[in-house]
Design a binder for this molecule. Structure first.
Ligand code: PRP
Ligand code: URA
Length: 217
């Protein structure tokens, strides 16, 4: 039976013609590494604009050419972006452009090619992550194993407020992630049909890390 993701209230599938257009370009097997990397960055900016809509703001005294005034600002140090290596790095470039000077953590995970289970190989997070709004970044939500593990790692380091942003998701991964983390908002650029027997997303875009870093076999 088809998975109905509408019951997961923490999940938002973003809709915008420009976002969908860029994701279609990303899917195309003829899109080359340079263009692919640029598209991942642009898509991350479009998604980030929506996912960061409720950022806390603080009042800041400034002076315009006309007069002194108090105006709202975002405090970049309240945020922490955490890409899952490797493919999440492509999205991190976009978020760094959206919020210059933001803090970054890094989580390294890869999928075992046979079991498709995530294998952890790196974790470097800010020591005060408990006080930050954490945005976990990974273009692909396939089985959900990597994102679920990454959230566990973030929580083990004290993170309390976590949001996950991905570009393409399979219904299987959305279900697994949303059931494991009903309190974590998820922003998705495109919801695809299903996983194939190798746990690749269909129609998907292939191996995102390989396409960003030019390591396609
Ligand atoms: C990809 C992707 C996710 C993971 C998603 O990484 O970037 O991290 O697969 O699959 P899942 O939802 O089934 O866990 P990959 O393991 O290919 O590593 P890489 O980015 O280093 O290529
Ligand atoms: N990881 C990818 O890069 N692509 C998929 O389709 C699934 C997992």
């Amino acid at each position: 039976m088809a998975i109905d993701i509408s019951k997961y209230k923490n999940v938002t599938v973003l809709k915008h013609p420009l976002l969908t257009h860029k994701i279609t370009q990303l899917r195309d097997k003829d899109t080359k590494t340079n263009q692919f990397k640029l598209l991942v960055k642009e898509i991350a900016i479009l998604e980030g604009y929506e996912a960061l809509r409720n950022l806390p703001m603080y009042d800041c005294a400034i002076t315009t050419p006309v007069e002194p005034t108090v105006q709202p600002k975002v405090h970049r140090k309240d945020l922490c972006f955490v890409p899952i290596l490797r493919a999440g790095l492509g999205m991190a470039d976009g978020l760094a452009e959206l919020v210059p000077g933001a803090i970054f953590g890094h989580i390294g995970l890869y999928r075992n090619e046979v079991t498709h289970e995530p294998v952890e190989y790196y974790c470097k997070l800010p020591s005060d992550i408990a006080e930050k709004d954490v945005y976990l970044l990974d273009p692909m939500l396939a089985t959900g194993g990597s994102a679920i593990d990454a959230v566990k790692m973030l929580r083990n380091h004290g993170a309390k407020k976590i949001t996950f942003i991905c570009i393409i998701a399979a219904p299987e991964g959305v279900k697994a992630f949303a059931e494991a983390n009903p309190d974590v908002p998820v922003y998705i650029g495109a919801l695809d049909r299903c996983l194939n027997e190798k746990a690749y997303i269909c129609p998907g875009l292939g191996d995102c890390g390989d396409r960003i870093f030019g390591t396609v076999k």
